[in-house]
Design a binder for this molecule. Structure first.
Ligand code: ZN
Length: 116
């Protein structure tokens, strides 16, 4: 269960090898009384909300953080390659966004993932 209020807590230019994206960070409080925050990043290029008929829907990738795959290039998954591909395709179309969920291993945590 979540509270309704999602706050935008950061907005910045993010130069990458694929171009200059806009990085937006959002957070919301878990409504279970723990006081913990859930955060998410949106990495955008161009104007994903524009409704030019000729362009169709923007590219969108929802990507769950994978430190072992993205940083250490573990061969146990292809998360790093998939994120690279998404960024490259978005750059190619000059429009799109990546929603980046930075809870390692969909919330199980990095240590638990390594133990598995
Ligand atoms: Zn992975």
């Amino acid at each position: 269960m979540y509270t309704d209020s999602i706050r935008r807590v950061a907005s910045t230019r993010l130069p990458t090898r694929w171009g200059v994206f806009n990085a937006l960070a959002f957070e919301r409080e878990l409504s279970n009384g723990s006081g913990r925050l859930e955060t998410a990043l949106a990495i955008m290029l161009g104007d994903p909300a524009s409704h030019e008929l000729t362009r169709g829907a923007p590219l969108l990738r929802i990507h769950a953080q994978c430190l072992t795959g993205e940083m250490f290039r573990s061969l146990r998954c292809d998360c790093g390659d998939q994120l690279d591909m998404a960024m490259r395709e978005i750059a190619h179309e000059a429009r799109g966004l990546v929603i980046y969920e930075h809870q390692e291993g969909r919330g199980i945590g990095l240590i638990a993932k390594l133990q598995a």
